[in-house]
Design a protein around this ligand. Structure first.
Ligand code: SER
Length: 875
């Protein structure tokens, strides 16, 4: 039997027993006390606890599961995984042990056709009832029933919560497969007895203090590992040789040229590649992105471990995407989220692989330095905290660090490393645990008795409705009085409760003299809408009828922003590509914020095109349709589901024209032109591969452009130009400031120590004082400045012949200048320059008072000055 056939046969077998086939829930659980969905029962936890009714008492699922506890041994065994599929059947206060056992036996022997002589059954040490069921009702031989302790046969989802004794089914692969020891029996660590199905008799709720409270009803939770059963059915001894996983292993073989079975060490790496690639693809498809904490860290660790094992197998180029493509191809049919998010999964994996390849190199440099320090200090041990930094900052697996250290004769201080790791794990645990669900709140009770709140707000802004509950200070009360803050629950309401990024409505609940101001609306528990606010006047009692009216103007703005968000999402995908996925949003009255996956910065030009495209769609005035349909129909229509989001069977679709179709429960405009105008006000990075755009629409967009215009107007008046010349003038001014700064800088560096005034001291006597000198490199204009200084020192009758080199080009420059007094006494700057300029291969001239020349040959400067000395008779 192929894996796909086993999956289908299990689900239809339990359907034939009256169970409803339900979809797998996301790997990201709806339960803040859990990091990842680790079992089929996770989505049913509130049902077991009696806090939620899902309308059926029997269910069957094939659940995507991820477990982190086994990561270190994955690959060293043939049957542990970071990701696996769990087939399960569940009873919520309906059938119990007799049926659970009988059906597990029936499915194993009749449907799968397992040889009954190979089956073994473990039970909890004091569960006589389970033993009686197996022996007397199912008819299995007494000697195949083994009793085990709490470690093996008492199952719980976590330290607290639903739990109970369990019974497991084992398949004996035969003595040739196992360890061969006499003591080998179910529960042995070897591969002989495969534990393939766990039947949990869920009847307790473990409290914080460890005590077991009986649950309101007795339940069944069973979990059968699809990969393990496939291995049994396909007669192979490891899960990695079953049909689907074998294909994935083969990709690793192709990449590395190493075959499965060649050596234990390479087998481990090949298995890790297959296992981790599958987990990575499924995690990203459910909305997990690589990060340094929580589930993002699990994802990153798996990716890096796989990449490193690729390197160990000799694969030096990027290879993960090839494995990922195989996962999408093999599992895409039962799990369409892989196909829907294919571009994104590939993009994330490729970018992480590229990043890690870079840190691998940097990490090696860091390690080399750390090892050198240790050697210089005469150490034989490498500090464990260095290994931790390598692990934490460079993503270096500990084993890699210790391997390389060993090559250079150093041992890593493992204890210090572990201590640092433990401290980090503590931080991780604290982060995951800080909020915890409380079942049994005042609202739970209300949800049970009153049922879900009916939402009228798609069509109405106001309505009359009955008060079904009031909560003040966390307790359910019959009446709320003026001045009290509280939460009011109605049978039906036009108020939208915060969800999907759209903020909750505000407004008023009123009756005669009563007025309750609603400042927010939220889901107190799933399905139950609470109006949060303060009773300003009068009083409200449970059972009263009130008039509920939302703040219509505010909702209008929210509607525009919400529809605009969908159009923006569409435009982003058009311009940037299909890997763009919404990963979070905020739809408030005054603005919208949209977070999405993208792997690089967005250029100004792209941003402009995105905004332009969105506005085109807005102004084309498309009709906006918002309606309910089944999830299956929506999928067929190609509706975009929100990345990482969970949906029920009936979903709401939002269609804008014929270009955007998304699942969305929010409130929207009827025609796109109501949005008026969309202006993007900011764009930037908010994490690895995540970007954020903020935008405003309609009147807020107008207000935004008004502000921009006012700023521009002010800038224009300061610069004294027209509005559309601001950039040019500002550019010119900036350039001028730069030039001046450069000149000042040059003056500082070239003229340091040069005081033009000191030139005067070296003046010669030509009947009037004359300075003839070369000065540090300055421009022609600066030379005139030097002359200005010199003449103030020398009085009415003075002259100068100054040479310099242009600081930029190095070309020689000459300046001759004289006061009117000197000119009267015969000084002629123009003819002097004409006479000496040829010495610097140049030419020039001017008036009798002032003349300048530039030349090509700076080596002639001295000759030019000496000729000037002779000409003036001072040589
Ligand atoms: N919850 C149990 C397990 O995970 C049975 O499904 O083993």
């Amino acid at each position: 039997m192929k894996s796909a056939d086993i999956r289908e046969s299990f689900l239809s077998f339990f359907e034939s027993k009256g169970a409803k086939r339900l979809p797998s829930s996301s790997l990201v659980p709806d339960d803040p006390s859990l990091l990842l969905t680790s079992a089929g029962m996770v989505q049913f936890k509130p049902v077991f606890l009696g806090a939620r009714d899902i309308g059926v008492t029997r269910a069957t699922t094939c659940q995507k599961c991820a477990r982190t506890t086994d990561i270190d041994i994955i690959g060293t065994t043939g049957r542990h995984h970071s990701f696996f599929e769990m087939l399960g059947n569940f009873s919520f206060g309906d059938y119990f042990k007799s049926e659970a056992c009988a059906w597990a036996y029936e499915y194993s022997t009749d449907v799968l056709g397992m040889d009954p002589d190979r089956l073994w059954f473990s039970i909890y040490e004091d569960d006589d009832e389970a033993e009686a069921v197996w022996r007397d009702e199912v008819g299995v031989p007494q000697d195949r029933i083994v009793r085990m302790g709490a470690k093996d046969n008492f199952w719980s989802a976590g330290p607290t919560g639903p739990c109970g004794p369990c019974s497991e089914l084992y398949y004996d692969q035969g003595p040739e497969v196992g360890c061969g020891l006499d003591t080998c029996a179910p529960g042995c660590d070897c591969d002989r007895f495969v534990e393939y199905w766990n039947l949990v008799f869920m009847q307790y709720d473990r409290q914080d203090d460890g005590t077991l409270e009986p649950l309101p009803k007795k339940n069944i939770d069973t979990g059968m590992g699809l990969e393990r059963v496939a291995a049994i059915m396909q007669g192979v001894h490891t899960n990695f040789e079953t049909d689907d996983l074998r294909v994935l292993v083969a990709v690793g073989e192709g990449l590395s040229g190493v075959s499965l079975g060649a050596a234990e060490k390479t087998d481990v790496s090949l298995r890790i590649l297959a296992d981790h690639a599958r987990a990575v693809a499924f995690l990203i498809a459910d909305g997990v992105l690589p990060s340094n904490e929580g589930r993002g860290y699990v994802l990153r660790r798996l990716l890096r471990r796989a990449i490193r094992h690729g390197r160990l197998l000799g694969v030096d180029d990027a290879f993960m995407v090839q494995l990922i493509d195989t996962v999408i191809g093999r599992w895409g049919t039962p799990y369409p989220e892989l196909v829907d998010n294919a571009e994104l999964i590939r993009g994330i994996v490729a970018s992480e692989e590229e990043r890690f390849s870079a840190t691998l190199r940097q990490g090696l440099a860091f390690l080399t330095e750390a090892m050198e320090r240790a050697h210089v200090g005469g150490e034989t041990v490498l500090d464990g905290t260095e290994a931790f930094t390598l692990h934490d900052t460079y993503g270096f697996p500990y084993e890699l660090t210790s391997e390389i250290a060993a090559e250079s004769g150093l041992e890593v201080d493992h204890e210090a490393f572990e201590a640092a790791m433990e401290a980090q794990r503590e931080r991780g645990r604290a982060a995951v645990k800080d909020e915890s669900w409380s079942f049994g709140s005042a609202f739970d009770e209300m949800a049970r008795t009153a049922g879900a709140t009916e939402f009228l707000g798609y069509g109405a802004d106001e309505a009359e409705s009955t008060v079904v509950g009031i909560v003040v200070g966390g307790t359910s009360v019959e009446r709320i009085e003026a001045g009290q803050e509280g939460e009011v629950v109605l049978a039906a309401t036009p108020f939208y409760a915060e969800q999907g990024g759209q903020v909750g409505d505000t407004g008023v609940l009123s009756a005669d003299d009563t007025r309750f101001a609603v400042s927010d609306t939220r889901f107190a528990v799933p399905g139950l809408v609470a109006h949060v606010g303060i009773l300003e006047a009068g009083g409200i009692s449970v059972g009263d009828t009130v008039h509920a009216a939302i703040d219509v103007m505010r909702r209008e703005r929210i509607r525009r922003n919400h529809t605009a968000t969908h159009i923006l999402h569409w435009a982003l995908r058009r311009i940037l590509g299909d890997h763009v996925r919404q990963s979070g949003s905020l739809v408030a009255p005054e603005r919208l914020r949209f977070d999405f996956t993208h792997f690089e910065a967005i250029s100004a030009e792209q941003l402009h095109r995105i905004e332009e495209m969105a506005n085109h769609k807005i102004m084309e005035n498309h009709q906006v349709l918002n309606y309910e349909t089944s999830l299956a129909t929506a999928r067929e229509m190609g509706v975009t589901a929100l990345f990482g989001e969970k949906y029920g069977e009936i979903v709401r679709v939002l269609e804008v024209g014929n270009f955007s179709k998304e699942l969305c429960g929010g409130t929207h405009v009827a025609w796109s032109s109501e949005i008026g105008l969309l202006k993007i006000v900011s764009e930037g990075s908010v994490g690895a591969n995540l970007r954020r755009i903020e935008a405003v629409t309609s009147f807020d967009a107008l207000a935004y452009t008004d502000r921009v215009e006012a700023e521009l107007g002010e800038a224009a008046s300061v610069l004294k130009v027209g509005r559309f010349d601001v950039a040019e003038r500002a550019g010119a001014l900036v350039k001028r400031v730069k030039d001046l700064e450069n000149a000042a800088q040059r003056a500082k560096s070239h003229l340091s120590g040069f005081d033009p005034a000191s030139l005067a001291e070296g003046a010669l006597d030509a009947g009037y004082p004359v300075v003839i000198a070369q000065v540090p490199d300055i421009t022609a204009a600066e030379m005139r400045g030097v002359w200005d200084v010199v003449r103030t020192r020398l009085g009415d009758s003075a002259a100068a012949v100054i040479a310099s080199k242009d600081p930029e080009s190095g070309a020689p420059l000459l300046l001759a200048a004289g006061t009117p007094g000197a000119v009267e006494a015969g000084f002629d700057a123009g003819s002097l320059i004409k006479a000496i300029a040829p010495r610097i291969k140049g030419g020039g001239g001017g008036r009798r008072e002032m003349a300048q020349a530039g030349g090509k040959d700076a080596s002639g400067i001295e000759a030019a000055l000496s000729e000037a000395r002779s000409a003036l008779g001072v040589g």
